[in-house]
Design a protein around this ligand. Structure first.
Ligand code: DC
Length: 223
């Protein structure tokens, strides 16, 4: 079974997807981490952001490995290094590059081959796994998302204000929604969930119930 969770930054996708995967005994795939890992590698190699071809070549060369808790880039644990504000503001070069997306989409499909997975990102239900049995589009209001992100960044020791987080978030939302390939958009058959005013535990429980009822339905029809 494939469950996709798409939506904007800060809606709670990672927390929800990771926890749901654990409860269901499924694999968890954080596809944003893959775009971040390519970006980190590009920064370290001093790549020129105007050289789109070089970025595609790099995406084909780097070895990205994800497990439930960590992200590895060419054998190094980069779990924290990919989440700085620098990488967050530069990740658009990888995310908006069609050649990079092609490489990472192929890698995402290969990673989950034959497995049950909860995968999260922007294009999982639309482009990568259009056949997914359950698609969730998770959102929250911009201020709520910025507040969550601020807490997250402060916990990592970054000094940043709510206004700065909100401005960067707005820029990233516009970039994610506006790109030609794999834009942030809900699949036609996605279930829309708004997380404002709900605890993430409530949201997880709601998606788990949906997943279990679809599993039961699939068992009953033998599909
Ligand atoms: O979910 P995140 O913040 O870690 O994602 C980092 C960036 O990667 C985000 O700006 C959008 C992009 N992304 C994407 O384009 N497609 C995905 N499937 C996942 C993330």
């Amino acid at each position: 079974m494939i469950i996709t969770i798409d939506g904007p930054a800060g809606a709670g996708k990672s927390t929800v997807a990771r926890s749901l995967a654990r409860r269901l005994g499924f694999m968890f795939l954080d596809t944003g981490a893959m775009y971040r890992a390519v970006t980190l590698s590009a920064v370290r190699h001093g790549l020129d952001w105007n050289d789109a071809e070089a970025l595609v070549r790099l995406a084909g060369q780097v070895r990205i490995y994800l497990d439930d808790d960590s992200v590895w880039l060419d054998g190094e644990d980069v779990t924290d290094a990919i989440r700085t504000t620098q990488i967050t503001s530069q990740v658009k070069y990888a995310a908006n590059n069609p050649g990079v997306r092609e490489q990472l989409v192929a890698q995402q499909r290969a990673t989950v081959e034959g497995k049950s997975v909860v995968t999260e990102g922007r294009d999982q239900g639309t482009v990568v796994f259009p056949q997914a049995e359950l698609k969730i589009f998770l959102t929250a209001g911009p201020e709520e998302r910025a507040r969550r992100r601020l807490l997250d960044l402060q916990a990592r020791g970054e000094e940043i204000t709510l206004e700065e987080v909100l401005a960067k978030q707005n820029a990233r939302d516009a970039s994610d929604a506006g790109r030609d390939v794999g834009p942030l958009v809900a699949a036609a058959d996605a279930v829309h969930l708004v997380t404002d005013g709900h605890t993430l535990d409530q949201v997880i429980a709601e998606i788990e119930a949906l997943a279990r009822s679809r599993m039961t339905a699939a068992d009953a029809t033998g599909s």
